[in-house]
Design a protein around this ligand. Structure first.
Ligand code: NAD
Length: 490
C-alpha cells in the first residue's frame, strides 16, 4: 500500500440493493482491516433483516421480467459484465489484496477466472434444455426447467472477487435474481462488482449485501422467499445453515465446504514433479487458505525421507513479504482469528510429537510488524489420527506421513470426515485408476494438483459438501424441473 492510500480518509462503501447504492437501514457499519498492516481501510454496511427483505423484494420484481428474456439476451448481459470485469482486473486484484492479505500476483488471476466463468455460463444458456419422455402415441410428456426467482449465495474470504463474480453467473443464466453476501473480512471487491454491474445487469437482479454471518447471513438463510441457497465456507457453518434453513421451510441448500485433502505419492512417481506438486497443492501462495489444499501429504516409506528433505528445503525458499510486492510468494493470513488458529495448530503439532521440518514461526519484525505472517510450515511423521492430520486448519501448515502399501495409503486418505479433493502421483495406470475409484473425494487429480477446469464439476463428499459447481450441473441446480403431461389424442 502507498503512503497516499494510507492517508486516505476512511469512508463507508455502499451496498447494492435493487440496482442502487444502499446503507444499512439502521446505519450500522463494519470496519475493513488490512491484515498485512493492521489498518482500517474502509467501512461497509452491516445489513439488517429489513435490508435483506428489500433485496428480496427488488429481486422478485426484477426476476419476473428476467425469466421472460431469451437465453441470448441473458447471455449478452453476462458477456458484457465479463468484458467490464476484464477491463478492471488489476484494480479488483488490488482490492482483494488490501482485504485478505494474499499476494498481488496470485490475486490477479482471480478476476480472470471470474471472467472465464461468466463467459462459460453465457455460452451455456442455450443448453438449458428439458426432455421429452416417451408416453403413448397421442400423448407427450416434457420437462420445463424453471428458475427459482430469488436465490442467495454466501461466500468465504479466500477468493473474494472470484467467488462474488463467478458465482452470480449460473443463477442469472438460469433466469434468477441473485443476492451475494461476501465475507465480512473481504467485502470490498464484491461492492465494486455491484458498482461495475449497475449499468449492465437490470436493476434488482443483483444485490450485494454485506455483514456478519450470524446476523446478515442468518437473515438471508431464514428469509422465507429465498428457496435456493448456495453456501461456500466451513463445514460447521454449512451445517448451521442447513439447520437454520430447515427451521423455516424446505429449501434447496448446496454446500461447498472444507477439506483435509490427501496428496499421495507412490514410490514409482517422478519425485521432482511430486515435490513441486506437494508445495503447490498446499496453496502456500494463499497462505494455505484454500478448500482444495492438499494439506495431508502421504509418501511411500521407500522415498519418504529424501522427499521430505527436498520439500522442506523448497518450502524454506519461499519468499514471505508484503502482499502488494510483486515478488512476494506468501503473504498475510486473513485476520487475527485465523492467525491465532494457525498458531494453535503449530503448537498442537509440536505437542503431538510431529517433526517440524520447515516454518513453524510467525514474522513480526520490520514490514511484518503489524500483520499476520506465518512462514510456510511442514510437519513430518504426523500421526494420521492426530488433530494435525484430522482437522482443517485453513492455513499454511502441511502434515506429512509415510505409508507402506496401497491399502494403508487408502485407509489414511479416507480416514477423515472430509472428502473434497485428492491427488495421486504414480506412473502405474493400475494404481492411478484404483486410487481414483477408491478414494472418498469429489475431485481427483492424477499426476497433477490444484487445477480447476471450467466445465468439470467441482464439489465434495462426506462433510465437504453437497452439490457440484463449475459445470453445467451448477446451471441446472438453479432451476426446478416441471413435467408437463399433454394429451392430444383425437
Ligand atoms: P465461514 O464458514 O466462517 O464463513 C463463510 C461465509 O459464511 C461468510 O460470508 C460468513 O459471513 C458466512 N456465515 C458465517 N456464519 C453464518 C451463519 N450462521 N449463517 C449464514 N452465513 C454465515 O468460512 P470462511 O472462514 O470465510 O472460509 C473458510 C472455509 O471455507 C474453509 O472451511 C474452506 O475450506 C471453505 N471453502 C470451501 C470452498 C469449496 O469450494 N468447497 C471454497 C473456499 C472455501
Amino acid at each position: 500500500m502507498t503512503d497516499t492510500a494510507v492517508r486516505t480518509p476512511v469512508t463507508t462503501a455502499p451496498m447494492w440493493i435493487g440496482g442502487r447504492e444502499a446503507f444499512a437501514s439502521d446505519g450500522a457499519t463494519i470496519d475493513a482491516v488490512n491484515p498485512a498492516t493492521g489498518q482500517v481501510t474502509a467501512r461497509f454496511p452491516h445489513a439488517t433483516a429489513a435490508d435483506v427483505d428489500a433485496a428480496v423484494t427488488a429481486g422478485k420484481r426484477a426476476s419476473e421480467e428476467w425469466k421472460r428474456t431469451s437465453p441470448e439476451e441473458r447471455s449478452a448481459v453476462l458477456i458484457a459484465l465479463a468484458d467490464v470485469i476484464a477491463d478492471h482486473a488489476a484494480e479488483l486484484a488490488q482490492l482483494d489484496v488490501i482485504d485478505n492479505g494474499s499476494p498481488i500476483r496470485e490475486m490477479r488471476r482471480d478476476a480472470g477466472m471470474a471472467v472465464d466463468s461468466l463467459r462459460y455460463y453465457a455460452g451455456l444458456t442455450l443448453q438449458l434444455r428439458g426432455e421429452t419422455i416417451p408416453t403413448t402415441y397421442g400423448r407427450i410428456n416434457y420437462t420445463l426447467l424453471q428458475p427459482f426467482g430469488v436465490v442467495a449465495r454466501i461466500i468465504p474470504f479466500n477468493h473474494p472477487f472470484m467467488f462474488a463474480a463467478s458465482k452470480i453467473a449460473a443463477p442469472l443464466a438460469a433466469g434468477n435474481a441473485v443476492i451475494i453476501k461476501p465475507s465480512e473480512h473481504t467485502s470490498r471487491s464484491a461492492l465494486r462488482l455491484g458498482e461495475l454491474a449497475a449499468g449492465i445487469i437490470p436493476a434488482g437482479l443483483l444485490s450485494i449485501l454485506t455483514g456478519y454471518g450470524h446476523t446478515t447471513g442468518d437473515a438471508i438463510v431464514r428469509h422465507p422467499a429465498i428457496r435456493r441457497l448456495a453456501f461456500i465456507g466451513s463445514a460447521d457453518t454449512g451445517r448451521a445453515i442447513q439447520a437454520a434453513a430447515a427451521s423455516v421451510a424446505v429449501k434447496h441448500v448446496t454446500l461447498e465446504l472444507g477439506g483435509k485433502n490427501p496428496l499421495v505419492v507412490f514410490p514409482d512417481a517422478d519425485m521432482a514433479t511430486a515435490v513441486q506438486a506437494a508445495q503447490r497443492g498446499m496453496n502456500f501462495t494463499w497462505q494455505g487458505q484454500s478448500c482444495g489444499s492438499t494439506s495431508r501429504l502421504l509418501v511411500h516409506r521407500d522415498i519418504y525421507q529424501p522427499f521430505i528433505e527436498a520439500l522442506g528445503s523448497s518450502i524454506d525458499h519461499m519468499r514471505s513479504g508484503s502482499p502488494v510486492d510483486e515478488s512476494t510468494e506468501t503473504g498475510s493470513i486473513v485476520n487475527s482469528l485465523q492467525f491465532e488458529k494457525v498458531r494453535k495448530y503449530i503448537q498442537i503439532g509440536q505437542d503431538e510429537g510431529a517433526r517440524l521440518i520447515a516454518g513453524g514461526i510467525t514474522l513480526s519484525d520490520g514490514e511484518f510488524a503489524h500483520g499476520y505472517f506465518v512462514r510456510p510450515t511442514l510437519f513430518a511423521d504426523v500421526d494420521p489420527d492426530s488433530r494435525l492430520a484430522q482437522e482443517e486448519i485453513f492455513g499454511p501448515v502441511l502434515a506429512a506421513m509415510p505409508f507402506d502399501d496401497y491399502d494403508e495409503a487408502l485407509r489414511i486418505a479416507n480416514g477423515v470426515r472430509y472428502g473434497l479433493t485428492a491427488s495421486v502421483f504414480t506412473e502405474s495406470v493400475r494404481t492411478a485408476h484404483r486410487f481414483a475409484r477408491d478414494v472418498e473425494a469429489g475431485y481427483v487429480w492424477v499426476n497433477e494438483v490444484s487445477k480447476h477446469v471450467h466445465g468439470t464439476a467441482f464439489g465434495g463428499v462426506k462433510d465437504s459438501g453437497i452439490g457440484r459447481e463449475e459445470g453445467i450441473e451448477e446451471l441446472i441446480s438453479y432451476t426446478q424441473p416441471k413435467n408437463v403431461h399433454l394429451n392430444f389424442e383425437e
